[in-house]
Ligand binder design. Structure first.
Ligand SMILES: [Zn+2]
Ligand SMILES: [Zn+2]
Length: 276
């Protein structure tokens, strides 16, 4: 069930007391000046290692190929986008509005889906909770965010069968309804935007869990977004902040965007306190 707390989440006063809440801070973060990850304790390393062994043994078959999984996800999404794009005809100016409206809708679905059933048991959606809160968050902590090999992609990417299910169970009926209510172009633009958004979600999340020294992790925007998701992976914060995986629109709107002060800001705050 979605958290009944509509207000600001309460933050622990210990390790997280230095967190700063401000929708605007995200935009002001200087690039490359801070890091979220801290050195994991030996107990954390041992716990994650034990869970990873268990997950790999129980959930990753010998024939699993991580790069094939990623290629399937990208290939299927691009195929749907291309097929729908090829069917667009004489788009009227108002019909283009479908793209921003769908993107905002997708961002909020991402936000509430993550804040709700992915972190709280909901009847009928227990599998989603199990996969995300019980598996993904135990496989990756804020201080152990990177996968070891391509076989670990299984702990990050949506299962192919679920992607096909979502396309058939949600995207297609919604598209048919929009075609009936508005026009074929609106339906096609909706499906194109929704699928492109999903692919963007998968690729960004995949990049957040890449090795910190990889070229993906060092892209400027990626570093900022990765930092937010890394904070979300801190066990004490995962039910409280940074529920958007892509762009933190929902987190800004609903007051759950949190970031750590940069090293400079931290020392500035300490200086100000000692000057009083
Ligand atoms: Zn993650
Ligand atoms: Zn989560």
């Amino acid at each position: 069930m979605i958290s009944a707390d509509p207000g600001r989440p309460k933050f622990p006063q210990t390790r997280e007391s230095g967190l700063t809440q401000s929708p605007h801070c995200f935009l002001m973060l200087p690039m490359g000046t801070t890091h979220v990850q801290t050195d994991p304790t030996p107990a954390a390393v041992a716990a994650v290692a034990a869970f990873r062994d268990e997950f790999r043994r129980d959930h990753i078959g010998p024939r699993y190929r991580g790069w094939l999984h990623l290629a399937f996800t990208a290939g299927l999404c691009l195929l749907v986008i291309a097929a729908c794009g090829a069917s667009l005809q004489d788009i009227r100016p108002l019909e283009w509005l479908t793209i921003p409206v769908t993107a905002l809708y997708a961002n909020l679905v991402e936000y509430f889906g993550h804040r709700g059933p992915m972190h709280h048991r909901v009847r009928g959606l227990g599998l989603i909770y199990e996969r995300h809160a019980r598996q993904h968050h135990r496989f990756f902590r804020d201080d152990l965010m990177a996968y070891d090999t391509s076989r670990d992609f299984k702990a990050v990417l949506f299962p192919p069968v679920l992607i096909v299910f979502y396309l058939l169970a949600f995207a297609m009926p919604a598209g048919l309804m929009l075609a009936w209510l508005f026009s074929d172009n609106v339906a096609l633009l909706f499906v194109i935007t929704a699928v492109a958004y999903f692919l963007n979600y998968e690729l960004l999340h995949f990049a957040y869990h890449a090795a910190p020294e990889s070229w993906l992790s060092r892209l400027p925007l990626m570093e900022r977004l990765r930092r937010l998701h890394t904070l979300h992976h801190r066990p004490s914060l995962m039910q409280r902040c940074n529920f958007n995986i892509t762009y933190p629109v929902g987190d800004v709107l609903f007051g759950t965007l949190y970031r750590q002060p940069t090293d400079c800001e931290g020392s500035r705050q300490t200086d100000q306190r000692s000057a009083r």
